[in-house]
Design a binder for this molecule. Structure first.
Ligand code: COA
Ligand code: AMP
Length: 630
């Protein structure tokens, strides 16, 4: 069947299509049907089946005789070490950790927060939760204590599993003080913590609350896999919305497994035993789906990489890892390639390695600019596939089904809708527009299996954020268009979310932090274009009348405040003091106009602007930072 027909079948007969795909995973009790639409517009998949994710990711491969195959390769240039774990070793270590957690009272439905760098133990922690039916929530290591505290309060974990430190190029990041600070700030307190002590830095443990990982698992009786309902939440992953309160995206168990299993062959073109590498972080959705769950469910070997594209030690690291571990499919963010390209434009490092194992490269997380794609394609001489998705969806909305029917690549497009995604471009009134016309990108409900069924503790917010703008559709928050062949083009976000080095950040969240500074009366944060990171946040600060401190000092304070409150990952380093902000007559700040000025782009003077002169002041202020040059 051609891919276009397969996609059509997934839309017209979702039950038939997904029940067939569901056969590729092991069930304790098979579901009676795929789609549960009784509560529309809230949908569920495979709700009455019974399954276990850890079984599907580890045990079943051991049972099938693949126990000696490598499950995980930890390649860590920052610690100069490589560690390899077979499926049997992973299964045994995960069962022991799960047993130890169970002995401390962790059971099905309990939440467990995981705050760890890119070490195999992070995957073990996720899988141990899955083994027990506990719901994990991984928090990215680049977030500060306050962000962790916000997530602790929302998820109310029984336990937090952390590492003593992360390792960034040139510095060790102590995680334990951040963890202790977060627990002190949070109103909810976990019963206990488990801390992986790393050689680079041993953490002080709190007597009676903290357990050393090695002692904790030693002698633990291994736990069996606990069957859970298909609609049981397997994890919560917090992502940026328009405010400082992140959205807790829920991932239901069975649909996620079925969808990921489908993607490993049909999108990523890997078979059991093939080596698959995603250079991202387990703190992001890409890491959940394609460092941990997807490749393991499909019986691949997954590479866990603790390093950066450049500087650990050089711009050849990616190629060394691919060559050394015989990676077949490689997935990363465009910003990573831009970093490599900047240091090695001619690809001198590429030619140092035998990359004959590499068949396809995948990019996602932000818009892939055609220059970067072309550069990568030319250097590596393999197809470079852009694909588009979100934390909410858990897997690609649009991609090129390389393992099913490779479609022609069109530069600038992440290709076509994946199964179950009925993608449409809508005008402001919610009517579909024709090919080539820009609009809001929405997905006709139901979304396919694997996508979010709801937000944790926030159903009203779920409905308001995603379902109410266009009744009958899920609003993606992205704008773009579709061509005559159904290729999708993603052009911009329609909300205040920005994308910095493939990391999704909320400008609203940063504004909340800036506004808390005693000298700041009003502020705005926008995302300006950046050659390396795609976008960078830039803050405008209006100071209180009578504020006596020097503007430069307030800017410095504000940069520190965002780093301390949100974390280094916000990459907030640019701010400028202005007298006033440009607004409409009704008081709405004209952020989009400010972005155009900063990027040196033409723009239409908003008809409702209160005082156009302010735009000249904004331009002058931006020029002091090196922006707004046409
Ligand atoms: N723990 C602690 N700090 C972290 C961190 C972590 N896990 N990850 C990033 N940081 C820190 C960085 O050290 C940096 O700190 P600094 O301000 O002191 O330099 C800051 O957060 C910003 O990080 P980042 O935006 O990643 O910039 P960078 O200069 O360190 O690296 C790239 C730039 C392009 C090399 C890097 O962003 C990259 O590899 N990006 C790939 C993106 C990706 O994988 N995205 C996931 C979606 S697919
Ligand atoms: P996240 O939830 O962090 O994965 O971020 C999702 C957002 O990143 C999307 O809504 C898009 O705005 C952007 N994004 C992800 N992948 C792509 C892509 N391939 N092309 C353009 N934008 C992308």
């Amino acid at each position: 069947m051609r891919y276009a027909d397969l996609h059509q079948k997934s839309i017209t007969d979702p039950n038939g299509f997904w029940m067939e795909q569901a056969q590729a995973i092991d069930w304790v009790k098979p579901p009676s049907k795929a789609l549960f639409d009784e509560n529309a517009p809230l949908y569920e998949w495979f709700s009455d089946g019974m399954v276990n994710t850890c079984w599907n990711a580890l045990d079943r491969h051991v049972e099938a005789g693949r126990g000696d195959q490598l499950a995980v390769i930890h390649d860590s240039p920052v610690t100069e070490s490589i560690t390899k774990l077979t499926y049997t070793e992973m299964r045994d270590q995960v069962a022991a950790l799960a047993g130890a957690l169970a002995a401390q009272g962790v059971t099905k439905g309990d939440r467990v927060i995981i705050y760890m760098p890119m070490v195999p133990e992070a995957l073990m922690a996720m899988l141990a939760c899955a083994r027990l039916g506990a719901i994990h929530s991984v928090v990215f290591g680049g977030f500060a204590a306050h962000e962790l505290a916000v997530r602790i309060n929302d998820a109310q974990p029984k336990c937090i599993i952390a590492a003593s430190c992360g390792i960034e190029p040139g510095r060790v990041v102590p995680y334990k003080p951040l963890l202790d600070g977060a627990i002190a700030e949070a109103s909810h307190k976990p019963d206990f913590c488990v801390v992986l002590q790393r050689d680079a830095l041993q953490a002080d443990l709190v007597e009676g609350r903290d357990h050393d990982w090695s002692a904790f698992v030693e002698g633990a009786s291994p736990a069996d896999c606990v069957p859970v309902e298909g609609n049981h939440p397997s994890y919560i992953l917090y992502t940026s919305g328009t405010t400082g309160q992140p959205k807790g995206v829920i991932r239901a168990t069975a649909g996620y497994m079925v969808a990921l299993q489908w993607t490993m062959k049909n999108i990523y073109n890997v078979d059991p035993g093939d080596v698959f590498w995603t250079a991202s972080d387990v703190g992001w959705v890409v890491g959940h789906s394609y460092i941990c769950y997807g490749p393991l469910i499909a019986g691949n070997t997954t590479v866990v990489f603790e390093g950066k594209p450049v500087g650990t030690p050089d711009a050849g690291t990616f190629w060394r890892v691919i060559s050394e571990h015989r990676v077949k499919s490689f997935f990363t963010a465009p910003t990573a390639f831009r970093a490599v390209k900047r240091e090695d434009p001619e690809g001198a490092f590429v030619r140092k390695y035998d990359l004959s194992c590499l068949k396809t490269v995948y990019l996602a997380g932000e818009r892939a600019d055609p220059d970067t794609i072309e550069w990568a394609r030319k250097q590596l001489n393999v197809p470079v596939i852009d694909h588009w998705w979100q934390t909410e969806t858990g897997w690609a909305i649009a991609a090129n089904p390389m393992g099913y029917e490779p479609l022609p690549v069109k530069l600038g497009s992440p290709s076509v809708a994946m199964p179950g995604y009925d993608v449409q471009v809508l005008d402001e009134g919610g009517h579909p527009v024709g090919p080539g016309t820009l609009g809001a990108i929405a997905i006709k409900l139901p979304l396919p299996p694997g996508t979010l069924p709801n937000l944790w503790n926030a159903e009203a917010r779920f409905r308001k954020s995603y379902l109410e703008q266009f009744p009958g559709y899920y609003a993606t928050g992205d704008a773009g268009y579709m061509d005559e062949d159904g290729y999708i083009y993603i052009m911009a976000r329609t909300d205040d979310v920005i994308n910095v080095a493939g990391h999704r950040l909320s400008t609203g969240g940063m504004e909340e932090v800036l506004a808390s500074h005693p000298d700041v009366a009003e502020c705005a944060v926008i995302g300006v274009s950046d050659e390396l990171k795609g976008q960078l946040p830039l803050g405008f600060l209006c100071l209180n009348k009578g504020a006596t401190r020097d503007s430069a000092e307030v800017v410095q304070d504000c940069v520190k405040l965002v780093r301390d409150q949100i974390g280094p990952v916000a990459a907030f380093k640019l701010a400028v003091v202005v007298d006033r902000l440009p607004k409409t007559r009704s008081g709405k700040i004209l952020r989009a106009t400010m972005v155009s000025i900063a990027d040196g782009k033409d723009f239409k003077m908003p008809a409702t602007i209160d005082d156009p002169v302010i735009l000249d002041e904004i331009r002058t202020a931006l020029q002091t930072l090196g922006y707004a040059r046409s």
